[in-house]
Ligand binder design. Structure first.
Ligand code: FES
Length: 563
C-alpha cells in the first residue's frame, strides 16, 4: 500500500526533498514552465487519462482533462496528466478483455511510481473503467472517477438507434433479406453520431453506473451524455473534489467496502446492467480484499426489481435516461434496499446524495412499485455442467425459455461455430441448445464476447429470434437473448462443459437456479479419459503470463498474483 502519512503529502517525498534528488525532481518539472510555488507543498493530483484515437469512445478526453485541471487549480492543487494503456472495445484484437489486467498493471504502477497524492480516473469505453479502478484499488490513495459519458441517441430514418444492440438486429435483418448493404452502411454513421461511449445500457454504461453505485463518482455524473456541457462542469467539480479528498485522507479503501459492493450489485439489477459487471466487480473486490462471491450476485441482486427501460433489455437510450433524472432516480427508488453505511467520494451516502431526485419520465425509469420485471437481475445457475456457476441476464432473456430442455448442438471452438452455423444441413431446430466450448478466460485467451452466438440463418428466416445458448465465454453488454455465460470451470480445463456431445440432453431451470447435463457421471468419466486440451500456441510474452496465471470467471478472471 502507498504511504499516506497524516499531515504529510505523498508528493513531498519527491518535490519536498532536499539535495540532489529534490533538485532533479523539481528541475525537470520546471521544464514545462511550472514555477516551484505551483507544485511544491500542494496536493498533486494525477489525472489518469485513457484518451486514444484507437479508443473512439474516449476520444474527447484531452479536452475533458482540461476541465479537471481547472478544478484542481481552483482548489489549490497541482494536476499532472498521465497516459495509461487504453482499450478500445471495437478495435482491439482479439478482445479487450485479454488486456484488462495488463492495463490495470499500467495504472497501478503508474500511480505507485509517481508523486500523486490523489488520482482522477478518466473512464469510458468498457474495459477502461475496471482496469483503472482495479489499478487504483491496488495502490489505495484517494481516487475519484470521472466517467466520460455516453453518445447521444443514434437516429436512423426516423428511428432511434442503440449502439451495439441495433447491430445485432441489423445483422439478423440482413441475413433475413430485410436490409441491404447500402442500408447498413448508412446506418453506421447514424448509430455513432457524437462523442462518447455506447448509448445503450451496454458494458460501458453499466461500468459508469457501477462506479457511481460504488461511491467513486460525484452524484449523478455517470448518466450525463458526453456531449452535454454539464459533463465538463462535473469534470471541473471532480478536480476540486480530488484535492479535498487528499486533505480528508479519503482513500479508496474507505469507499470500496463490502456494503458498497452490495449496493453496486443491487443497482446493476435495477438498471439491467451487463453480465460483464460480474467479472469486473469480482476482480475489483479481490483487489481490495473485500469478500465477494458469485453467490452474492444472486443473493443480493436477483430479487431486485428491474426499473430501467433501456436497450438492450428495453426501449430507450442513455440520453433519455439522463433527461428522465438519471441514476439519482434509480438510487432514490432503491432507497430501502441500499446500505447506508457506505460513503461516497463526497463523504455522504448514496441515499443522502439522491434525496432530491425527481423522476421526469416514468416510462423510462419505472417506479419501484411498478417495475418492468419484478425480479430482473443477473441470476447464477449451477449444476453438473458448471459446478462453480454460470450467469444469465434475466431482463434480456425470453421468459418462455428460462425453463427449457433440449438436445445439445455443440461447437468445439468459435471457428467451428463460424464454419458450420449457416450450413443448411446442420441438425438444429429452435428447441436445440447451442453449446460453445473453449471461449473461457484461458481457452480463447481473454474470454471473448461470443456467447450470444447468432442463430442459424435457416432458423432466423423461419422467424426464430431466440434460443438457449451456453458457453464459458462472455456477451457484449449491448446484446440480448437467453444466454448462459461464464460457465465455470471453463472447458479448456477439461470441465464437464468440455465433455458435452451433440445430442446430449441439457435442462435449464432458472427459477430453480439449475442447469443440468443429463449424462451420467460414469459416462462423463469415460469421456474425460479421452479428452485432450487444445494447443493454444502462446509461449511467450504477456499472453503466456496471462494464460499461466488468469483465474476463472467466478473469481473475476484477474491474474492470481495481482489479487
Ligand atoms: Fe466503447 Fe461500446 S465500444 S463503449
Amino acid at each position: 500500500m502507498a504511504s499516506n502519512k497524516k499531515n504529510k503529502l505523498r508528493s513531498e517525498d519527491w518535490f519536498g526533498k532536499e539535495g540532489k534528488d529534490g533538485f532533479i525532481y523539481r528541475s525537470w518539472i520546471k521544464n514545462q514552465g511550472y514555477p516551484a510555488h505551483q507544485f511544491k507543498g500542494k496536493p498533486v493530483i494525477g489525472i489518469c487519462n485513457t484518451w486514444s484515437e484507437a479508443t473512439p469512445c474516449n476520444g474527447h478526453f484531452r479536452e475533458l482533462a482540461q476541465f479537471i485541471k481547472n478544478g484542481v487549480y481552483e482548489a489549490g492543487g497541482f494536476p499532472l496528466e498521465f497516459p495509461v494503456m487504453s482499450l478500445g472495445e471495437t478495435i482491439i484484437r482479439p478482445t479487450a478483455m485479454l488486456y484488462r489486467n495488463l492495463a490495470a498493471m499500467t495504472v497501478e504502477e503508474s500511480i505507485r511510481a509517481n508523486p500523486f497524492d490523489a488520482v482522477v480516473l478518466m473512464t469510458g469505453c468498457d474495459k477502461t473503467t475496471p482496469s483503472l479502478v482495479m489499478g487504483a484499488a491496488s495502490v489505495d490513495i484517494p481516487s475519484i472517477v470521472l466517467p466520460g459519458g455516453p453518445m447521444l441517441n443514434g437516429k436512423f430514418r426516423g428511428k432511434e438507434l442503440g449502439s451495439g444492440t441495433d447491430v445485432w438486429r441489423f445483422d439478423q435483418d440482413f441475413k433475413a433479406g430485410k436490409m441491404s448493404l447500402d442500408d447498413m452502411e448508412e446506418a453506421e454513421a447514424c448509430m455513432s453520431r457524437s462523442i462518447g461511449h455506447c448509448n445503450t445500457m451496454g458494458t460501458a454504461s453499466t461500468m459508469a453506473t457501477m462506479v457511481e453505485a460504488l461511491g467513486l463518482t460525484l452524484p449523478g455524473v455517470s448518466s450525463i451524455p458526453a456531449a452535454d456541457s454539464r459533463k465538463k462542469m462535473m469534470a471541473h467539480m471532480t478536480g476540486i473534489r480530488a484535492v479535498e479528498m487528499v486533505k480528508e485522507e479519503l482513500n479508496i479503501s474507505k469507499i470500496l467496502t463490502r456494503p458498497a459492493f452490495l449496493n453496486a450489485i443491487k443497482v446493476n439489477s435495477a438498471v439491467g446492467g451487463s453480465t460483464n459487471f460480474v467479472l469486473h466487480l469480482l476482480a475489483i473486490a479481490k483487489r481490495m480484499e473485500v469478500p465477494l462471491t458469485l453467490d452474492d450476485f444472486d443473493i443480493h441482486g436477483s430479487k431486485i426489481p428491474f426499473l430501467l427501460n433501456l436497450m438492450p433489455s428495453g426501449k430507450y437510450l442513455m440520453e433519455d435516461y439522463y433527461y428522465a433524472g438519471g441514476i439519482q432516480v434509480i438510487l432514490k427508488e432503491l432507497e430501502k434496499h441500499l446500505n447506508t453505511e457506505a460513503i461516497t467520494v463526497n463523504g455522504k451516502t448514496l441515499t443522502e446524495n439522491s434525496k432530491k431526485a425527481r423522476n421526469w419520465n416514468t416510462d423510462v425509469i419505472r417506479p419501484i412499485t411498478d417495475p418492468i420485471i419484478q425480479e430482473g437481475g443477473i441470476t447464477v445457475v449451477k449444476g453438473n455442467l458448471c459446478t462453480e456457476g454460470a450467469v444469465i441476464k434475466i431482463s434480456a432473456a425470453s421468459p418462455e425459455l428460462l425453463k427449457h430442455k433440449g438436445r445439445a448442438v455443440v461447437f468445439e471452438t468459435i471457428e467451428d461455430y463460424h464454419a458450420r452455423i449457416d450450413n443448411p444441413d446442420l441438425d438444429i431446430d429452435e428447441n436445440s441448445i447451442m453449446v460453445l466450448k473453449n471461449v473461457g478466460p484461458k481457452g480463447y485467451p481473454g474470454m471473448p464476447e461470443v456467447g450470444n452466438m447468432a442463430l442459424p440463418k435457416k432458423l432466423i428466416q423461419k422467424g426464430i429470434t431466440d434460443m438457449v445458448r451456453i458457453s464459458d465465454g462472455r456477451m457484449s453488454g449491448t446484446a440480448y437473448g437467453t444466454v448462459f455465460l461464464h460457465a465455470s470451470p471453463e472447458s479448456a480445463l477439461g470441465s464437464p462443459l468440455a465433455l458435452v456431445e451433440n445430442g446430449d440432453v441439457i435442462e435449464c431451470d432458472v427459477a430453480a437456479k439449475l442447469i443440468h447435463l443429463h449424462v451420467s457421471d460414469e459416462v462423463l468419466a469415460e469421456r474425460h479419459k479421452k479428452w485432450k486440451p487444445l494447443e493454444l500456441g502462446f509461449d511467450r510474452g504477456y499472453i503466456k503470463l496471462y494464460i499461466d496465471t488468469v483465474n476463472q470467471a467466478h473469481e473475476g478472471a484477474d491474474m492470481g498474483f495481482l489479487q
